[in-house]
Design a protein around this ligand. Sequence first.
Ligand code: PEP
Ligand code: MG
Length: 689
Amino acid sequence: MSERTLRVTGRLGLHARAAANLVRVANQFQSTVTLHRLDNSVEADAKSILSILMLAASRGTNLRIVAVGIDEVTALDAVCDLFARNFDEPQIGERQPIAVQEELRCKGLGVSEGIVLGRVLRLQDGTRDVYRAEIDGADLERERRRFRAAVRLSRRQLETIKERAEKELGRGHAYIFDAHLLFLEDAKLTRDVEDYIVKERANAEWAAKVVGDRLLSIYMQINDEYLRERGSDIEDVIQRLLANLTGEGRSHPKLSEDAVIVAQDLLPSTIAELDLNHVRAIATDSGGWTSHMSIIARGLGLTAVVGLRDFYYRTRTGDQIIVDAQRGEVILNPLAATVERYEFTAQTSSPTVTVAPQGVSGPVTTKNGIEIALRANVELPTEFEAIRRFGACGVGLFRSEFLLSRPGLLLSEDEQFGSYRALAEAAGPEGAVIRLFDLGGETGYELSDRPERNPALGLRAIRFGLKNAKVMRSQVRAILRAAKFGNLRLVIPMVADVADIRRAKKIIAEELASLSNEGVEHAQVNIGAMIEIPSAVLTADKIAAEVDFFELGTNDLVQYTLAVDRGNDHVSEWFRTLHPAVLFGINRTLQVALDSGIPTIVCGEMASTPAYVVLLVGMGAVDLSMTPAAIPRVRSTLAQIDTAEAEVLAKRCLQCAIADEVEDIVRTEFRIRWPQLFPPKALPAQLAD
Ligand code: PEP
Ligand code: MG
């Protein structure tokens, strides 16, 4: 055995490029070469890149290098020589390496309320339950075998993918799968997962996730773009392993600990699958105020900050985190003093669950005697109970696609019937409006494995239904059958014009006839159109002649009128709810409905926000549907408003040329007219001074 002690002097420590050079040199010898940290006795195999990276040897770390074998002396010389040459790295200006446990603060957009202190659970999009289960000693060997089988399966899949890539794209494009195979074969990954299983008596999924996250976090501490890319390759491999592990058909226990979900993006389908009893908060890289993820977070009373850009890659599962939705900020690995300060605040400001004062429910009457219906938007059956709790006039929008918890997994007609009947019963005499599946777009429920180039403009909502008539027919049948048990209406999402309405109504009429012919119990329902794209606004008078009611989807109306992706934080400054063009669309729709004698329910996020609600009623809205928790606040606002005053302001706003001008009117005039309702803090974030 030969050994020597030395210190890491390179600016970035033993980062991946240096580690790769070290592996190259060590592999030239037969001897084993190991690196041992003197401060914490962690050791690494110099022939494994993952192992070296796991050492996390930053500048100044003292290492003992040990070589054992027939050429140990020359091997040791060569390795020490490489250290002395600073790994043949180009010398660049000094920069501070990133400290491992530095407190990290990131700004995003708080989309709900509350402050939460918790532990990170990273979820990659498409990742579903990753849980921790305690494995009995006798079963540990079986758990390791299960992991090895997943590795073998992953290897076979990667080899096939690599072959196909070579054939179709050429050798140059297939190299990436060589890297994936190398990661998969690295004993550092496989052995560490197996060791973790045994040492922690953990299930293979959890072990793979923890080890994978550790590896990733080491990559992410290195200030090198190339490395970040390799990080996503590791992530990819870990995801493949996890998919292959869970693909064995095990039933998944629930999350056993309260978690803060950290993700790049969180698709509604993923949220629907989470055990929400154990999710305390959400922090995501992408997203905006009207992303479905944000809507659901508000609906469930979950603290959430979105639009954090590249936060996800800086975290690892198990890290301590503070999510402060009030300030739109997250703090990773907070210092003890920060935690102390926040623990006090968190106790006093978890999401405020306002309930309707005893007996207060139904419509609200404004100061000048106008009655306004306040309904609930509902996504998940867990929210049914909130309809009563917040005193809603039934359900103004049931986003039925949230019943589908996995992409590609549809519910049978009978299963849907059960859910719609439960909804009808929960909604009470005011009833519920069921929206036909709004699949596609950003909902994450695409039923095809070929992603669309432009999902928001693609096969979304009624377009999907018309192209997949079987899916639509079974939903229509389930709704018509459930209508026998309560007051249900049906609304068609994202209609472009009357052609969509006519095609949809034809299918509905055919299913009505079939149910009658089959002698199946059912009832007729009123049919409405979602008005949320500009062509529907412009042809609203024609549409009104063919439907029983309108629903104004202001979230999509903003998105499509202004051509701004509602979930893309890079363009969030262009997502201007109060843009005059949006107000024009709302005003026109409300007017057309009034002239045609049909009602309009306004159901986008605008209807949940008191300041916007004032403008909506100023333009004539008398039927609003919102996240249930917003009802008490909107109720109290409207009770103190005279709609004639709101109308004057709305008219002024409609004359403006740009969003800034409208926002100025709201900021200044609202404060003057209703100082008790709109102090600066009560205005939406977009209007903050
Ligand atoms: C809307 O677009 O405003 C709406 C209510 O529907 P969703 O947010 O589900 O698209
Ligand atoms: Mg919509």
